[in-house]
Design a protein around this ligand. Structure first.
Ligand SMILES: [Zn+2]
Length: 448
């Protein structure tokens, strides 16, 4: 049965245009004029709502298997569907076992089976001692690798030092897959933290001072040098410091294969506005100044930052230590996948950005990073029929019932946001519509 979705604003790679999105089975058959809709097609009129490609989030911590009490495939993908996402790529840490061997990858696949409301794919880990597992993981279907240049907060997934990294890089380069790097170095952080032993750790200023820009800047400089030497696809995750933008721009101008992401919380919150004890806003690298935030938006505008992904990183509420409000003791990570589109749309409405910008940052560019542009990331004939019906005018107040992930805590509670996901379609089927989810989880693993 063919279906046609009529909209005044369909966001395509050629721009936003009125027309009809014509589906056949699980695929997009065409984007056509209303007069070209075949007579037998079932027509759905989306009125003033926009049609966007399903969003792709390449930075999600699903934590299953092993820490399913933090999050899990069922809850994370449900929240993703409510947020307009149709594909998630899962980070290899925080789950047990960590995704650093093919055996561990198979355990993750078994855990995901029949649990996913949207499609998913795995990143593999590059840790201190798994260099010999890089190419087997690539052959087994991970879309790329993640590494930490600093202690990642959990013991099992080890940080990688320069020597260990250089032992892995020839294999990563050979795989052709991207290396996603948590770019902070311990040196500047340890030096800063030494001076804060007796500081007030309920104060956000203390936490911010403990993770200086310099830690990111030095890590990014190291990675640019290594990228020049080994010529692998380098991706900087969750860029927080705007001080690195100029060097990243220059490295890309030199022709190095570098991409950069930032996250909604860096684009929406600013250090000056974070109350003491507000540990829900602890993440690493930290949310920095208002001026820094403006520069990140400039980085998006000029293309130095390619994409906006969530770094959805939940934990059990007690671990955020809101009881004592100490930033040194709280878990670092912000959950928010169900709200990201509305947050970014709200910010973009104020700043003169368009739906085309949002789609590039939140769908096409992450799909390209993950190597799955043939399936997702644009509304074009032949792609999977993954799309979002998005009301750009409606506003809502964030309440816990809008979050849909396992632990419904959020620093965005009570905020007024503009833009509501009315429905999310995965391969032609509504997985989320008007606050209700598909009866069956229809998500599958996406492969290259
Ligand atoms: Zn993360």
């Amino acid at each position: 049965m063919a279906h046609a979705f009529l909209s005044k604003r369909i966001v395509t790679p050629q721009g936003t245009q009125p027309g009809a999105l014509l589906l056949e089975g699980e695929k997009i058959r065409a984007i056509c004029r209303p007069s070209e809709i075949p007579p037998h097609a079932v027509t759905h009129d989306c009125g003033n709502d926009a049609l966007l490609p399903g969003l792709v989030d390449t930075h999600v911590h699903i934590n299953q298997p092993g820490r399913t009490e933090w999050e899990g495939f069922r809850t994370a993908t449900r929240a993703a569907a409510a947020g307009g996402y149709t594909t998630l790529v899962d980070m290899p840490l925080n789950c047990l076992p960590e995704t650093t061997t093919v055996d561990a990858l198979e355990e993750k696949r078994a855990a995901a089976q029949g649990e996913c409301f949207v499609d998913w794919a795995p990143w593999g880990g590059a840790v201190a001692d798994n260099q010999q597992h890089i190419l087997p993981l690539a052959r087994a279907g991970v879309l790329g690798f993640k590494c930490f240049l600093i202690y990642p907060g959990c013991d099992g997934f080890t940080m990688i030092d320069q020597q260990q990294l250089e032992a892995a890089l020839p294999f990563i380069a050979e795989s052709g897959l991207p290396l996603l790097v948590h770019a902070e170095l311990a040196g500047p952080i340890d030096a800063a933290t030494d001076g804060l032993l007796y500081a007030d750790w309920r104060s956000y200023a203390t936490y911010l001072a403990s993770r200086p820009d310099q830690a990111e800047l030095e890590a990014i400089r190291l990675m640019i040098r290594l990228c020049r030497r080994y010529r692998f696809r380098l991706h900087i995750v969750h860029l927080s410091t705007s001080l690195a933008l100029e060097e990243l721009r220059a490295a890309r101008a030199e022709g190095l294969p570098i991409t950069v992401e930032t996250c909604p919380h860096y684009l929406h919150f600013a250090a000056e506005e974070i109350a003491d004890g507000a540990t829900l806003l602890k993440c690493a690298p930290p949310i920095r100044s208002k001026e820094n935030q403006q520069q990140l938006w400039r980085g998006l505008r000029d293309g130095t930052i390619d994409m906006v992904v969530t770094d959805h990183s939940p934990c059990p509420p007690a671990m955020k230590r809101e009881d004592i409000g100490r930033f040194d003791l709280a878990w670092g990570g912000i959950a928010g996948i169900s709200l990201a589109l509305s947050i970014i749309h709200t910010e973009c409405s104020r700043r003169g950005f368009t739906l085309d910008n949002i789609v590039r940052w939140m769908s096409s560019a992450p799909a390209a990073l993950a190597g799955i542009s043939h399936r997702a990331g644009t509304l074009e004939a032949g792609r999977d029929a993954n799309f979002v019906i998005f009301d750009t005018e409606a506003e809502f107040t964030v309440t816990a019932d809008k979050l849909h992930y396992r632990h419904v805590i959020s620093p965005y509670l009570n905020e007024r946001l503009r833009g509501v996901v009315k429905a999310t379609y995965l391969r032609g089927s509504a997985v989320y519509r008007e606050d209700a989810f598909a009866a069956e989880p229809l998500g599958r693993e996406v492969t290259l």
